[in-house]
Design a protein around this ligand. Structure first.
Ligand code: ADP
Ligand code: MG
Length: 246
């Protein structure tokens, strides 16, 4: 296995089944501090499950997962601490419609981080500014475009000051035009040194921005490499995947 200098996330031989369906079959990879890794692969290849295991939204059957110095597969794991270190953003943004954008972000700061109101106001505004929405603090979600709502969801995660951010197809529900603004936010984050692991169908973006790409196929890491690996696939499976654009 390749030696990553400062691994923040370490997956070692992860197995996971849902009933008789073995979804992850010995998945291993590491994410170094400040690295941005893109996971690609056909629908059903286990990308989301792998991501969800890292934040312990799913438990694994065997193998080990470490995030920072937390053993995620330990039954006694401190979930509160884990979820402070790991931010996760999904395709659906799940903002509360009756709260303003800033109030949405402040919720976890107040109730999970127990920040005083003044501090939560300051931190939430800074997070909104980071995603280019400082002027939308008082808006309600329905007044924003899908791309803007997704940027709010990213800001909500960022405000918690995680050490690693996971993104699961965060642009899949958006028009191409709105996709661009969300990708730019992720590119800025990567440039700023955030450790990131993202599942995406945006091949051009993955190739340009990711330090490494992981291609998953049928529950296994099939190929790993820098962006150029997409120009010269080593396996018939990756070649077929890239040609079919699934
Ligand atoms: P991907 O994100 O690559 O499309 P997933 O990780 O979502 O793949 O799914 C991999 C497989 O696991 C699929 O066959 C899917 O039906 C199955 N699966 C995912 N989550 C669950 C679940 N909660 N219960 C049962 N099966 C699941
Ligand atoms: Mg998925």
């Amino acid at each position: 296995m390749s030696a990553i200098a400062n691994p923040i996330v370490k997956l070692d031989q992860i197995y996971k089944s849902f009933g008789a369906n073995q979804v992850l079959k010995g998945v291993s990879f590491e994410v170094g501090k400040g690295e941005m890794i893109a996971i690609i692969g056909a629908s059903g290849s286990g990308k989301s499950t792998a991501l969800r295991c890292i934040d312990r939204l799913e438990t694994i059957d065997s193998g080990s997962i470490e995030v920072c110095d937390i053993r995620v597969d330990d039954p006694q794991v401190d979930l509160h601490r884990l979820r402070q270190e790991v931010g996760i953003v999904f395709q659906s943004y799940n903002l509360f419609p009756h709260l303003t954008v800033q109030e949405n972000i402040m919720l976890a700061l107040r109730h999970v981080k127990r920040q005083p109101r003044a501090e939560a106001l300051r931190v939430s505004l800074a997070a909104l500014e980071q995603v280019g929405l400082g002027d939308k603090a008082a808006a309600y979600p329905e007044q924003l475009s899908g791309g803007q709502q997704q940027r709010v969801a990213i800001a909500r995660s960022l405000a918690m000051a995680p050490k690693v951010m996971l993104f699961d197809e965060v642009t899949s529900a958006l028009d191409p035009q709105l996709t661009g603004e969300v990708l730019r936010v992720m590119e800025d984050l990567a440039a700023g040194g955030m450790t990131m692991l993202l599942v995406t169908h945006e091949m051009a973006f993955a190739k340009r921005v990711a330090d490494r790409i992981i291609y998953m196929h049928q529950g296994k890491v099939w190929e790993v490499g820098p962006g150029e690996m997409l120009d010269a696939p080593q396996t018939a499976e990756l070649r077929a995947f890239l040609n079919n654009g699934l």
